[in-house]
Design a protein around this ligand. Sequence first.
Ligand code: SF4
Length: 448
Amino acid sequence: MALKGLDIFKLTPKTNCKECGSPTCMAFAMKVAQGAVELSKCPHMSADALATLSEATAPPMKSIKVGTGDAEYTLGGETVLARHEKTFVSKTRFAVKLSPDMDIDAALAESNKVDYERIGERMHAEMVYVEYTGDVAAYVEAVKKVTGIGKTIILSCTDVEAAKAALEVCKAEKPILDGANASNYEAMVEVAKAAGVVLGVSGADINELYDTTAAIEKLGYKDLVLNTTGATIKETFSTTVQVRRACLAKNPDRTFGYPSIVNLCKIAPNDEPMQISLASVFVLKYGSIVVMDTMNYARALPLYGLRQNVFTDPQKPMKVEPGIYALNGGDENSVCLTTVDFALTYFVVSGELERSGIPCNLIINDAGGLSVLTAWAAGKLSSTSVSKFIQETVEPKIKCRKLIIPGKVAVLKGDIEAKLPGWEVIVAPNEAVQLVKFLKDLKANGEI
Ligand code: SF4
C-alpha cells in the first residue's frame, strides 16, 4: 500500500536543511508520496528509515534494464494506465523471431532492411527472439549468430541445459531468458541468477502466471518480465491488460508489477496482416516487447509511427533546438530558410531540403514546439520573432540576405522585409514536398 506524505515525513530527519531541493522535510515528504521525487534525494535519511520507506515508495511497476551498449533498453516503470493521465515512459520494443531451423543470416538481412530515422528516433527491430527447437547444439549455434549484432537477445527456452549453454555464449550481452514456468522455475531462477540476466515467466493461464511469479519472488529473484501470451488472441489480450491493471491499481499488486512479452508468432502464426493489427493493439495496450515473424516496411511504417505518438510526453512539445542548421554543405553565402521548432516540421522540411541537394541554412527559432499555422495563430511565429532572431543570431554569422519563409505564413512577408532592411523575403510553397522543385527552380533562375 502506498504511503501517505505524513507517514514519510515522520521518518525524515526534520531539520529542513533543503539539501534535497525542497524547502522543508514536509514538502519533500509530500513530493515523495506523489512519486515526484526519489527518496534518495535526501542524504540524511537513516538506514532504518530508508529500509522502511524504500519498499513502500517503490513504483508499483519495476523498471527492468536489458541488453548492453546501444542495445540496452529499459522496459516497464509505467505509472498510469492511459497515456493522457500523465505519460508512458518505456516504449514497446519489437523483436523478430528466429530459430535454428531457419536461415538466420537471411532472416536478419531481411528484417535489417528496416532501419531509418524519424523525428530523431531510430526505427528498427531492436531485439531478436531465438526459439529453442530441441537440439542444444543447433540452438547454441543460432545464438552465436545473433551475438554481437547490436540487438538485445531473448532466449525462448524452457530447457534448463539448453538455456545454460546458450547463456554461456551471450550472457555478456544481458539477454532475457524467457524460460521459467510452473514446472521449471526453481532451476531457471538458478540459471538466470548465475548469468545475471532477466528471467521471463510464463503460465498456462493468468492464475498460473501469478502463482509462478509469486513463487519466484519468494526465491528472492525480481529481475523478471512476464510472458502474457496465451493460447488465443482473446486470452493474450485479456491477460496482458489484467496484469497491467492489477499492478497499477489503487492498491497495486506488485506480483504483476513487471514488463510484458507478447509473442504474436504464437497467436497469429504466419499471418502478416493480423500480426500488424495485433502489434498496434499491444503497442497501445501494454506490450513491453512484441515478437513478430519479421520486420518490413509494411509493418514498420504504421507501428513505429504509432509508437512514437503514444510514447511521447503529452506535456512536453517535441522540439528541436533553435539555431542555424547548415544543410548540403551550406555556408555563410547560402540561402536561408526558416520554419518552426516543432520536431516533425523540422525533420520533414530538413529532409526535403537535403533531397534538393542545394546548400542552404535552415533557421529554427523558438516557436513553442508548435506547427507553422498553430505557432502563427498563437503569436509564437511572427514578423517580430523572426526578425529579432535573424538580427541577433543569423546576421552576425551569415552574409546571404535572402530568406525563404513558409508558404502558410506568406502574410508575414511585408512585415519581415520592413523589419529586416537589406533582406529579400521569398515565400515558399505551402507543402514541404514542393520544396525540392521550388529550390531547384530558384537556383536555375539564378535567384539563389
Ligand atoms: S535533505 Fe532531508 S533533512 Fe534536509 S530538508 Fe530534505 S528531507 Fe529534510
